[in-house]
Design a protein around this ligand. Structure first.
Ligand code: GUN
Length: 290
């Protein structure tokens, strides 16, 4: 069993990005600048946004955090987005999800200029992705492709079962892995909450992408020997033995699945750190494309 080490791979990537930034600066070009909008005080979202800001510092980017209260109106949020769209120093920005219930998420995502949409969530970027056109790939799927590529995991002709059809992970993963590309050319099955014979499907899978958000859902009896496992889940579970009061669990029951796996991502330290590194990569691309 080989661990797909997202912590190490993302550190390599960030070192490469740091070098690119140094070259840009030496060339007299502008410093990449990422902005993040956070609405409210959701604990996980605050952790993610702070990690994104910290990663910017590490690679030498400028960063701006726009921290708005929970009761911010949709109109005010749309105004903030318009400001970032029109700010020529900002190369890319993200609106951290989920948003409070009174704000319509799709309306907000539609307001982001697609050229600054480093999350790849705007319909223009999603459409361009589906059509194999140059675009910003959403950071989590982009990070998974990068991990598979860097570990030379064979995907061509393999059967990939993606569990979950979210706009952020499952849907784009299923599109990308079926495309003609490195870490692609696979036969993809998308399973979801209405799938009837899931275990029958996962037992056939050469590669499983678990992105359903149910901790330790995929167990050893559901996978075949030699499978590759990508665990996208990250759920906080109460654990009084931990200083923080919780532990992080993936969608995969690591103890029973890992002995049967050829490759597997750990949680934490697998897909999560890759997501942040790919956001940095997209911001660098946005800056270079200008
Ligand atoms: N919430 C969970 N994942 C993401 C992500 O990749 N980007 C944003 N903006 N919000 C998220």
């Amino acid at each position: 069993m080989i661990l797909l080490d997202g912590k190490k791979t993302s550190a390599d990537l960030k070192a490469e990005i740091t070098e690119s930034v140094k070259l840009l600066k030496a060339d007299g070009k502008k410093t990449p600048h990422l902005a993040a909008i956070l609405v409210g005080t959701d604990g996980a979202s605050m952790t993610y946004v702070n990690a994104k800001v910290k990663a910017c510092e590490l690679v030498g980017f400028k960063s701006t955090l726009i921290d708005l209260p929970e009761n911010t109106s949709e109109e005010k949020l749309l105004q903030e987005i318009e400001k970032l769209n029109n700010d020529s120093d900002i190369d890319g920005f993200i609106v951290q999800l989920p948003l409070p219930k009174h704000i319509e998420e799709q309306k907000v995502l539609n307001a982001v200029n697609p050229d600054k949409d480093v999350d790849g969530f705007h319909p223009t970027n999603v459409g361009r992705m589906a059509l194999d056109m140059p675009c910003f790939l959403p950071a989590t799927p982009f990070g998974i492709l990068e991990l598979l590529e860097r570990y030379n995991v064979e995907t061509s002709g393999k059967h990939v079962v993606v569990i979950g059809r979210s706009h952020i992970v499952g849907r784009p993963m299923s599109i990308l892995m079926s495309q003609k590309r490195k870490a692609g050319d696979a036969t993809v099955t998308v399973a979801h909450s209405r799938t009837k014979n899931l275990k029958e499907l996962t037992l056939q899978a050469d590669i499983i992408v678990a992105a359903l958000g149910i901790p330790e859902f995929l167990t050893g009896d559901m996978v075949k020997d030699g499978v590759t496992i990508i665990d996208v889940g990250i759920t906080r579970i109460e654990d009084t033995t931990k200083k923080s009061g919780y532990r992080l669990a993936g969608d995969v029951h690591f103890e029973s699945v890992s002995p049967k796996s050829a490759y597997i991502t750990p949680v934490p330290g697998g897909v999560g750190p890759m997501t942040i590194a790919m956001l940095m990569k997209n911001t660098l691309l946005a800056c270079e494309r200008k």
